[in-house]
Design a protein around this ligand. Sequence first.
Ligand SMILES: Cc1cc2nc3c(=O)[nH]c(=O)nc-3n(C[C@H](O)[C@H](O)[C@H](O)COP(=O)(O)OP(=O)(O)OC[C@H]3O[C@@H](n4cnc5c(N)ncnc54)[C@H](O)[C@@H]3O)c2cc1C
Length: 408
Amino acid sequence: MSFYDVLIVGAGHAGAQAAISLRQAGFEGSVAMIGDEKDPPYERPPLSKEYFAGEKTFERILIRPADFWQERKIDLLLGKRVTNVDAAAKTVTADGQLISYDKLIWCTGGSPRMLTCNGADAPNVHAVRRRDDVDAMMGQLDTIQHVTIVGGGYIGLEAAAVLTKFGKKVVLLEALDRVLARVAGEELSRFYEEEHRAHGVDLRTGARMDCIEVVDGRACAVLMADGERIETDIVIVGIGINPETGPLIAAGAAGGNGVDVDEYCRTSLPDIYAVGDCAAHANRFAGGAHMRVESVQNANDQAKTAVAHIMGKEEPYTAVPWFWSNQYDLKLQTVGLSVGFDQAVLRGDPKERSFSVIYLKGGKVIALDCVNAVKDYVQGRAHVLSGAVLDLDQAGDAGVPLKEVGIG
Ligand SMILES: Cc1cc2nc3c(=O)[nH]c(=O)nc-3n(C[C@H](O)[C@H](O)[C@H](O)COP(=O)(O)OP(=O)(O)OC[C@H]3O[C@@H](n4cnc5c(N)ncnc54)[C@H](O)[C@@H]3O)c2cc1C
């Protein structure tokens, strides 16, 4: 049985950062990262952006060059899936192999939620989570014309932007009454809906699909609840993820929607940390609400917190959340978490395709969404950090730099 001082499960953003941070902190013990994908850690965001668009090769989205891991004595155990954790014996089972550890960092992200209707398992119904998903779609692009995207979150919208660039006919189906409903205010949703329609996307909100029609083993149409038949060559599903926590929860870790962790990313099991998309934590920027955050920032910063704790430093996780999304020539940058906002102030004119939305709760700034407005993003960060109470007339005036907006 092999033994590692630190065993990392999941070779994605959080896993890679944990390994990198251990060596940066001077950790000299043995480290291994087990991942069920065949590739060394790579950046996931380009899968719906530059990689999908053919603007970046796979080598360019690797988190570190392939030889980095060997040089740092980090064992990559790839193509192996952990199916069991024994917290008392301090072992995991991966593809029948027993591996023991002193500390375990669980960084398994999530698996895409898929449709459950008839036809959802056809081979041309795709998720966008892994390199393999995107490679499978890219391999078909020359032969397809009609694409149906289910889900108007960031991934679905980004995929729509790439596919229209390739001249594909895209129908985007969102079940709620606006896109991005779970992550942004109405102003931003309406702006992106208009942008996509202007680029030729047949974007439908309040869309009720019934099932997928399959002929000769392939999805060929999406059937709507009202009887409409939307012909399609492939279906892309972007309706969120389920955290990959099965073996940890089975081992007794507390959790529900994610594994529960404390401010040092410790789970309820001894010497087991959880980090990234799979970790439910109390986020300071959501008023301490217990939640999972799905972003590169969260994966990286939580990994650093867990490693600091392993290295004997108690540095609670308090990093300010940030996120980005690229669609067409629009760069959205968000800072803070807008969940639970009770007021939104628009800054600038969406028609100019450069504006920001400032989200407030109880009069305090909690988040900003900035579209082609880098200065607002940079300057707004301080307001989110301090929970600033701003003069809202000034805040809504794009002529006044955010850093100069007075206190309300
Ligand atoms: C298409 C796409 C676009 C995105 N765009 C953005 C963006 O623009 N900005 C942003 O901030 N975030 C974006 N995200 C989210 C971001 O990529 C995630 O938040 C981030 O990858 C989370 O890192 P993680 O390490 O927690 O999970 P992942 O990066 O998903 O890594 C988890 C790894 O663990 C593996 N694994 C799971 N279970 C097991 C097991 N039992 N045994 C072994 N291995 C296992 C998984 O296969 C995976 O390789 C995007 C995500 C996707 C899919």
